[in-house]
Design a binder for this molecule. Structure first.
Ligand code: GLN
Length: 260
C-alpha cells in the first residue's frame, strides 16, 4: 500500500510545528511497511484530487492566511472539493481550518472567503479582543471518548452550522469560540481543529484514524497493526496534565503528577 500526502502551503502556513503532523503521518505509515509520498503545493501550484489520499493545511496569521485564501479558492478549491466528495482525508489546523469554512471575518479588512467544505463561519471580535491562547484538552467521540491534547492561539471565534459536528468537547481551554465547549469540526472525511502543538505526535490514535481513512479511500478497509506508543502516550499524558491538572488523563495509571 501507499499513502500519498499533499501538504498545502508548507512555507506559508506552519505555526507551532504544524509540519510535525506530516512527519508523524510519514513515520506511522512507514513503521507499518506502508510507502509514503509527500507532495508540497505552495501558492500557485495546482493539485488534482486523484493524485493524493490526504490533504493537510496548517495555521498562519491573518496576513499569510489572506495569501492562502485567494489561492485556495481560485487554484485548489475545485480539486479539494472533489477530494472530499471522494472520501479522501482533508485535515486543516487553525488558520487553515478557518479557511475550510464559509468565511473568516478578520479584525480588520475584508472577509476571507473560504471553501465551505465545513459548515462553519469565523468572526474575529475586533482589534484588542482577547486571543484564545493556551493548552487545550478535548474528548472526542470519534476516538471512543479518548482525549486529544494541543495548544491553541487564535483570535477568531468559530461557530458550526448544522452540517458539521464538533471534533470534540472542550475539557480545558477555549476551543472554537470559548463559549459552547465545542472544538474543531468534522464533516465526512474533512477535519478541522485549532489544535497545534503539533497535533498528531501526541495524539497517535487520531493520526492512525486519519491514515486508515486516507488508505481506505483507495485500498478499501484497512486495519493498521498497533505500534509501541509508550513514548507518545507519555507525551500525551504530560500535555494533558498541563492543560487540565487533575483531569481524566492524570487519573490514568502511570500519568505524571502535574506538580509535586
Ligand atoms: N488568524 C487566525 C486567528 O487568529 C488564525 C491564527 C492561527 O492560525 N494561529 O484567528
Amino acid at each position: 500500500m501507499e499513502l500519498r500526502i499533499c501538504h498545502l502551503y508548507p512555507d506559508l502556513l506552519n505555526l507551532y510545528g504544524d509540519r510535525g503532523n506530516i512527519i508523524t503521518l510519514i513515520r506511522r505509515a512507514r513503521w507499518r511497511g506502508i510507502d509514503v509520498s509527500v507532495a508540497e503545493r505552495p501558492v500557485g501550484a495546482s493539485i488534482a484530487a486523484e493524485d493524493c489520499d490526504l490533504f493537510f493545511i496548517g495555521g498562519g496569521e491573518d496576513r499569510q492566511q489572506r495569501l492562502a485564501a485567494e489561492d485556495l479558492r481560485v487554484v485548489k478549491g475545485d480539486a479539494l472539493r472533489e477530494a472530499a466528495r471522494a472520501g479522501k482525508v482533508v485535515l486543516a489546523v487553525c488558520g487553515g481550518y478557518q479557511l475550510l469554512g464559509h468565511y473568516y471575518r478578520p479584525a480588520e479588512g475584508e472577509d476571507l472567503i473560504g471553501l465551505g467544505l465545513l459548515d462553519l463561519a469565523t468572526h474575529h471580535p475586533g482589534p484588542g479582543a482577547r486571543r484564545l491562547i493556551g493548552n487545550i484538552l478535548i474528548e472526542s467521540d470519534l476516538l471512543g471518548g479518548r482525549t486529544l491534547v494541543g495548544f491553541e492561539n487564535h483570535g477568531g471565534r468559530t461557530r458550526l452550522g448544522p452540517g458539521a459536528r464538533p471534533l470534540g468537547r472542550v475539557l480545558a481551554g477555549f476551543g472554537n469560540n470559548g463559549e459552547d465547549r465545542c472544538e474543531g469540526a468534522v464533516s465526512g472525511s474533512v477535519f478541522g481543529t485549532y489544535l497545534h502543538g503539533p497535533l498528531l505526535p501526541k495524539n497517535p490514535e487520531f493520526a492512525d484514524l486519519l491514515i486508515a481513512r486516507a488508505l481506505a479511500s483507495r485500498w478499501g478497509d484497512v486495519v493498521l497493526p498497533p505500534l509501541n506508543d509508550a513514548l507518545e502516550a507519555t507525551a500525551h499524558r504530560a500535555a494533558a496534565a498541563r492543560a487540565h491538572p487533575g483531569g481524566p488523563d492524570s487519573r490514568r495509571e502511570g500519568a505524571p503528577r502535574a506538580h509535586a
